[in-house]
Design a binder for this molecule. Structure first.
Ligand SMILES: *Cc1c(COP(=O)(O)O)cnc(C)c1O
Length: 477
């Protein structure tokens, strides 16, 4: 019977464990400091366990402090420490633009452009024609203008930055009129009232939560008014007894009073969604032709590119924004320039945009194709879980990313019922989440739901292997 003080004495020292074969093995490829840290942590965790269980003799009796086994644990921990923290994963949720999962996966053209620029010198701010200093915006502005019909454009770190800088430049110390129905929060840290306060603009709320009329805006105009701001209520929808003012009417009213009309479109769609049987969503081009002076939108939502905030609109206003002292703090880097330029170029050919931008390929995926993929996956899962536990059922995928909150994209889902041998379903999904690669999915009662819409075809083999690996873990417990 080992008492607690003798167990503490028995704990191997760091140097002792470092001489174990398992540790010498991982020390070859891994940085020494990580290995030492892992060994130290394993020893510490045993020391703590022993102290905490000093009154629990049966727990102490079960403890094995063999150097080989501690070394094996430390080696596993060292491997884990040496692995990348951010990594690719499999999104089986069916949410196409998933902010927590990195939003839009990039098209190959953007990845190639990134790779080409990343390890080389490049003309980020160098004009090759005249050999003088250039602007990083020059690579993007003409393309954005051609695609949207705008006369000028600037690209910043994200859409929050775009809204912030536009307000700061054009309305700091002055009033900006916003409908009470549009004082939204997007993703926790972006709230219209807060971003306005930070920009120095004063928020003047008009209308009510459900109804705001043109006359509400008009009666709020004073000497101190600078702009009307219209915000796309991306992530929620009002139904029932509601009224909002259209962009065109609001722009006309703004111009009548010499004010600027700013529209935060959120997602920023360049293609006609209805053509692809998706719910209507205003295009950036529509807001330009409706007369909005400045329009802001994200690069990594429905545009399908890298994180960025794009402002399009009047040349004079965009010139002011460019020279704002804060523009540099919000500027994009060479990676964004490269990835965004390559993504935008795909839009010159609409068919290419649809087939090569993953977000669009997923949004427009055909029902028959999704069903086929689901059935194919189901037959592979049947071999693991038994055919009785695997079904293909109709389901709904979501656009996500605070876009088209009510859009229901019909899909085919593979539903896998977990029997009791796998323990609580949450334990199983936790194992999948920690798989290599991690698998993120929805759970409904005891069923794992896999939506093929957001699973890339070339991930299917790894998906099956990883699920099999997790089931083996539980079966061998
Ligand atoms: C998503 C969104 C934002 C924030 O955009 P980011 O690119 O995430 O900074 C702002 N406004 C609206 C309406 C949005 O939908």
């Amino acid at each position: 019977m080992a008492d607690y003080t003798s167990l503490l004495r028995e704990l191997p020292a760091v140097d002792r464990l470092l001489r174990e074969p398992a540790i010498e093995e991982v020390s070859k490829p891994l940085p020494r400091s990580l290995v030492v840290q892992a060994v130290q942590e394993i020893i510490d965790s045993y020391r703590q366990y022993i102290s905490e269980h000093r009154a629990d003799q049966s727990a102490l009796d079960k403890l094995s402090l063999k150097p080989e086994s501690l070394a094996r644990e430390a080696a596993m921990l060292a491997d884990k420490k040496a692995a990348m923290n951010i990594k690719p994963l499999i999104n089986a949720t069916g949410v196409v633009i998933h902010t927590n999962l990195g939003r839009a996966p990039l098209p190959s053209a953007a990845i190639e452009a990134l790779k080409a620029v990343a390890g080389n010198y490049n003309n980020l701010e160098f004009n090759l024609q005249n050999g003088r200093r250039g602007s990083r915006q020059d690579h993007l502005e003409d393309i954005i203008c051609e695609l949207t019909g705008s006369e000028a454009a600037i690209v910043l770190n994200n859409n929050a930055a775009a809204v912030f800088l536009a307000l700061n430049e054009l309305a700091a110390g002055r009033d900006v009129v916003v409908s009470r129905g549009q004082l939204v929060e997007i993703g926790g840290s972006f709230r219209i009232p807060e971003i306005m306060a930070a920009s120095g603009a004063r928020l003047i709320e008009v209308g009510t939560t459900n109804k705001t009329y043109l006359r509400d805006y008009e009666s709020a105009v004073t000497e101190n008014s600078a702009a009307f701001l219209k915000v796309h209520t991306s992530n929620y929808q009002m139904v029932g007894f509601t009224a909002e003012v259209e962009t065109e009417e609001l722009a006309d009213l703004a111009h009548k009073h010499n004010l600027v009309m700013i529209e935060d479109l959120g997602s920023g769609v360049l293609l006609d969604l209805e053509k692809y049987k998706l719910p209507f969503e205003p295009k950036v081009q529509d807001s330009i032709s409706a007369g909005a002076d400045l329009i802001t939108f994200s690069g990594d939502k429905m545009l399908g590119g890298p994180q960025a905030g794009i402002i399009v609109g009047r040349k004079d206003l965009i010139r002011y924004i460019r020279t704002n002292q804060l523009a540099r703090t919000l500027r994009i880097d060479k990676f964004t320039v490269a990835a965004l330029e390559a993504t935008l170029r795909l839009y010159y050919d609409e068919d290419k945009a649809i087939s090569e931008i993953p977000v669009w390929r997923m949004l427009t995926a055909d029902a028959g194709y999704l069903k086929n993929r689901a059935e194919n996956l189901a037959s592979r899962f049947s071999a693991i879980f038994g055919a009785d536990n695997v079904k293909v059922i109709p389901g709904i995928s979501r656009v996500g990313g605070g876009a088209l909150p009510n859009a229901e994209l019909p899909t085919s889902i593979v539903s896998v019922a977990l029997d009791a041998s796998f323990g609580p379903p949450e334990t199983f999904t936790e194992k999948l989440r920690n798989g290599n690669p991690p698998i993120i999915l929805r759970l409904q009662q005891n069923c794992l739901l896999f939506d093929p819409r957001t699973i890339f075809e070339n991930q299917e083999d790894r998906l099956i292997e990883t699920v099999l690996f997790c089931t083996n873990y539980f079966r061998n417990e």
